[in-house]
Design a protein around this ligand. Structure first.
Ligand SMILES: [Mg+2]
Length: 365
């Protein structure tokens, strides 16, 4: 961090550490697509070829688990109190082709991490070394992200959240389908893409363990060009956010797999756009590109929503349950309860949200 030690607060140290681990995660995500040895493992899952070993089929899961463990490693190194409060979709236990149980984790040296990964990767030393290197090498946070951080840092004073009241939800790569498919939307409209690598996000969200309310968000886009490029990160801590509002392009963002009746009703009264990735859709609302995101289905989880939800809270918006209008809280205990089972609505402006919900709840005449 470009700073003086005496001006650093726990808030700024935690936020900066999250930006660094997100940069490390982004690098791993890019390397899995750009390095031949890793990319071949990734697309084997896609094509379904060579599913003869359980592991090859699960390479995407291994990349997710490894990123999650890497985040855990660097966060707890600086903030030991967070150790048992970092959650995600995956557990770190793997069974390799020989039937051995292995716990994937970051070791203290790159060599040790590579050796461990090699066991899960069925002896693929080159792939193991590449992954280990990407995780251990020093992160270089983008200049623009660093500048945003320096801009908001003075506002972090007075926003301190006690570390022993913070829990974390991670989604190592949201938009998996787009990530594996690897397309690029050349025609992004007003800054928003319908599909492709642009819709992939790394989501690291913090919540208050006492209340369940989201309070820290880091949402990163690891792909800024079809080849990879650098990382764009948006972040918030308490009421402070890095976001500079962008011009509105559409009223509402939806998944293309949203219920056809809901799409029809909304399209009659509002301008609607579709894009991939739950994290990316909420990010579009947080950036001001859309006013509302409606997801009537049960397809999202707390790890998808926590980080971008925090970005919205910092700006006076939020995420609520679609069916019940109840709050979405994040201190839910375990994975089994992590599904957003009543759907979600994400909004910047509660008045616009109300108009959308009123329309959807009108009975057909
Ligand atoms: Mg996800």
């Amino acid at each position: 961090m470009a700073n003086d030690a005496d001006t650093e607060t726990p808030a700024s140290l935690l936020l900066w550490t999250l930006l660094e681990v997100s940069e490390r995660a982004a690098r791993i995500a890019r390397e899995c697509r750009s390095e031949k040895e890793l990319f071949e493992l990734l697309v084997q899952e896609k094509t379904g070829k060579e599913r003869n070993t359980r592991f090859l089929h699960d390479f995407k899961t291994l990349a997710d688990v490894f990123i999650q463990e890497m985040v855990k490693h660097y966060l707890t190194e600086k903030f030991p109190v967070l150790r048992t409060h970092i959650h995600g979709e995956e557990t770190n236990e793997f069974t390799n082709a020989k039937g051995h149980r292995i716990f994937v984790e970051m070791k203290s040296t790159e060599g040790e991490t590579a050796l461990l990964l090699e066991q899960v990767l069925d002896g693929n030393a080159r792939a193991a070394a590449l992954l280990a290197h990407a995780a251990h090498a020093e992160p270089r946070v983008e200049e623009s992200v660093r500048a945003d951080f320096e801009r908001v840092r003075p506002q972090l004073r007075g926003q301190e959240i006690p570390l022993d009241d913070i829990g974390i939800w991670i989604d190592p790569i949201d938009g998996t389908y787009e990530y594996v498919r690897g397309l690029w939307d050349e025609d992004s409209k007003g800054g928003s893409s319908e599909f492709g690598l642009n819709c992939c996000t790394i989501l690291i969200g913090g919540y208050r363990r006492s209340s369940g309310v989201p309070c820290i968000g880091v949402v990163s886009q690891p792909f800024t060009t079809p080849q990879g490029g650098s990382t764009i990160s948006y972040f918030s801590y308490g009421n402070v956010s890095s976001i500079r509002r962008m011009p509105l392009t559409r009223d509402i963002v939806l998944s293309s797999t949203e219920d056809p009746e809901t799409i029809k009703k909304l399209s009659e009264k509002f301008t609607v756009m579709h894009c991939a990735g739950a994290g990316y859709k909420i990010l579009n609302v947080a950036l001001g590109l859309c006013n509302v995101y409606v997801c009537s289905k049960t397809s999202t989880y707390r790890w998808d929503t926590c980080a971008p939800h925090a970005l919205l809270e910092a700006q006076g918006g939020g995420v609520r349950q679609f069916l019940t209008d109840g709050p979405i809280l994040y201190n839910v205990g375990d994975k089994a309860a992590a599904r957003n089972a009543a759907g979600i609505v994400a909004y910047r402006d509660a008045n616009v949200l109300q108009k959308v919900l009123t329309l959807l709840r009108q009975q057909a005449p």
